[in-house]
Design a protein around this ligand. Structure first.
Ligand code: KIV
Length: 277
């Protein structure tokens, strides 16, 4: 019998049950390496379509494809053990019909092994959410500032800053909760509205730029580590990796140029005692 303890990976139901008990902690990751570093400390890891900007230097998430999400989703699954892994459905992969959303979501789940998918949209997506959940696909919804609507919203616009916008947000969040989503990301929403939205539903809200009144928080890992050049107001930099990386590269370049790297300890020598027959 193995003495190793089996680690059970969290599932969507575990996240759902955390509402009202403790804050839910989450970060994005796109690589096995970063996934394994954050895995012990987060409840879920989101393989966000923000990978389009962070990994590929795109200006928006619009060009991201299902294949890109699958490649990185698989990497994050390999790098993590205990966190629920949620993979974003990219623009164009779920809006046309519940059936086409199911095909793409099922492919993402089969090929990555992830435990849930996330899609953007409120009441317009409720029918699709219900269709997916009824067929075994746990769905995290995403309302408020939805980056995939960049072109129709006219940019990245904070929502709910006027009280008259609140009822539409409330309708959205209630619709996705009623449709069976296990959780909902609330992005770029004024604090007072985020509080109201969190109190309006039984499923946990995961805030990003939506105040500490949400049931949990998520940030893009590279933003909070200080790797991204410009970040929104809601990001706190918990590290300054950019400076660390730059300094390490400067030292490496100097060491190569002055031949102090590689040193003897980084170098292979001849086999000393080759035995002859
Ligand atoms: O794509 C992403 O990283 C996201 C989070 C910022 C919520 O959707």
């Amino acid at each position: 019998m193995s003495s190793q303890e089996t680690i059970r990976r969290r599932n969507a139901l575990d996240i759902f049950k955390m509402k009202g008990k403790r804050k839910i902690v989450s970060l994005t990751a796109y690589h096995a390496h970063t996934a394994s570093i954050i895995d012990p400390y987060v409840d879920f890891i989101l393989v966000g379509d923000s990978l389009g900007m962070v990994m590929h230097g795109l200006e928006t998430t619009i060009p991201v494809t299902v294949d890109m999400m699958i490649l990185q989703g698989h990497a994050v699954m390999r790098g993590s053990k205990q966190a629920l892994v949620v993979v974003d459905m990219p623009f164009g992969s779920y809006e046309k019909s519940p059936q086409s959303a199911f095909q793409n979501a099922a492919r993402i789940m089969k090929e990555t092994g992830c435990g849930a998918i996330k899609l953007e949209g409120g009441k317009l997506m409720a029918e699709t959410i219900r269709f997916l959940v009824d067929r075994g696909i746990p769905v995290m919804a995403h309302i408020g500032l939805t980056p995939q609507s960049f072109n129709t919203m006219g940019g990245f616009k904070i929502q709910g800053r006027e009280e008259r916008e609140w009822s539409a947000l409330e309708e959205d969040i209630k619709a996705v909760a009623d449709a069976g989503a296990f959780s909902v990301v609330v992005e770029g929403v004024a604090a007072q509205a985020a509080k109201l939205l969190t109190q309006a539903i039984e499923i946990p809200t995961i805030g990003i730029g939506a105040s500490s009144d949400c049931d949990g928080q998520i940030l893009v890992l590279e933003d909070m580590l200080g790797l991204s050049d410009s970040v929104p107001k809601f990001v706190r930099k918990f590290g300054d990796l950019k400076q660390h990386i730059e300094q390490s590269v400067i030292e490496y370049a100097d060491a190569v140029r002055d031949s102090s790297f590689p040193a003897a300890e980084h170098t292979y020598s001849m086999k000393k005692d080759i035995k002859s027959d």
